[in-house]
Design a protein around this ligand. Structure first.
Ligand code: FES
Length: 146
């Protein structure tokens, strides 16, 4: 089926099976490299994207649900209208050379769509502690209190 949706502010169109997981489409068809594939079962969170203003696991989102949806990945942070996006992008860029960074894009999209609270970040499994550094950086730059 033809799937048309908004990706990082631009309309895109792909051919996909209705139940094909969205992480496969984003990564393999549209070459959105920040969307990682991990467990494929909604457990690790490494495929997190912003979907209609909510953070979702792309691996658990069938292609047919994307029709007409507004989807953002970390590649679109520079164009995102949310005022938090610029500081999240700066934090991600500052951290990605210092840590393994495997989950940084998913953490960044969580930061964009959720409150900057510890509980929001633990759903994305992190191997190296990046999530804490990102959260701290965002609190420092935004002057938020925990
Ligand atoms: S790959 Fe989607 S939650 Fe693990």
């Amino acid at each position: 089926m033809k799937i048309v949706f908004i990706l990082n502010g631009q309309e895109v169109q792909v051919e996909a099976e209705p139940l094909q997981p969205l992480d496969q489409i984003l990564r393999n068809v549209l070459h959105v490299e920040s969307v990682a594939s991990g467990c494929g079962a909604g457990d690790c969170g490494i495929c997190a994207i912003s979907f209609e203003g909510c953070v979702v696991a792309a691996c658990m989102t069938p292609a047919m649900c994307a029709v007409g949806a507004e989807i953002w990945t970390v590649e679109g942070l520079g164009d995102h209208p949310n005022p938090k996006a610029a500081s999240i992008l700066r934090a991600k860029d500052a951290l990605e050379k210092a840590v393994c960074g495997a989950c940084l894009p998913a953490q960044a999209m969580t930061a964009l769509t959720e409150d900057l609270k510890l509980e929001s970040f633990v759903d994305v499994l992190c191997r190296c502690g990046t999530w804490h550094d990102l959260l701290q950086h965002l609190h420092d730059t935004n002057g938020d209190s925990r």
